[in-house]
Design a protein around this ligand. Sequence first.
Ligand code: SAM
Length: 218
Amino acid sequence: MSEQNKKTVEVYEKNASSYLKSSELHDSLDVEKAKRKCEKLQNFIKKNIENFPKGSKGFEIGCGDGSNSEYIKSLGYDITASDVADDFINSAKSKGVKTIKFNVLENEFPDKYSFVFCWRVFVHFTKEDTLEIIKKVYDALDDGGIFIFNAINRETRDVDDEWVDFPNEYHMGVERYYKYFSKEELDENISKTNFQIQDFHKEGGDNSNKWLVYVLKK
Ligand SMILES: C[S@@+](CC[C@H](N)C(=O)[O-])C[C@H]1O[C@@H](n2cnc3c(N)ncnc32)[C@H](O)[C@@H]1O
């Protein structure tokens, strides 16, 4: 586990409630935009998991407020939402989702899954951390299972990584470690496993390239 992620986890453990408040405030400033973003993500999730039979097991790493797991549950899947911060776990729990406190770099997956979902979490890991995670998720998936994740695209930033507290929806009052990945870096990590890239695209931001989005298949 990198020092960068270790320190970032400590920040989330103490300050997750500020993150929840600023996200809510940010969404309330442009309700229609927030709704469009949410529906787009939900459609993407549904498209990728709908071939698994209802009741199949899924696991979310770094669930934040738990709304994505809540949606996955509403589709009829047996989803477990996880995070390192109690306030996030309690938020997911209050939405009726099954939860577990789980640090992906320290803890073992409790079960095997059809799919693992990890949204806007790779931002807080070094390249070495992500290799460890991709290998670990591979082992936690059933054959034919998928790993859905995204990372911020290095092309849209002028640094490889930084400690920052963004002023808008991610505002917490404390800096966290952010890593910006090139597609080549992530592809190199993926090539060290037996995962196949089932889908890749860029999305978000002014030029529709803020995020690198991957769906990997075991
Ligand atoms: C930017 S937030 C994204 C939250 C949520 N997935 C979303 O899209 O709204 C990053 C999340 O990663 C979690 N996180 C950071 N390091 C982690 C680790 N080592 N293991 C599990 N979760 C971690 C944080 O607690 C936080 O919930």
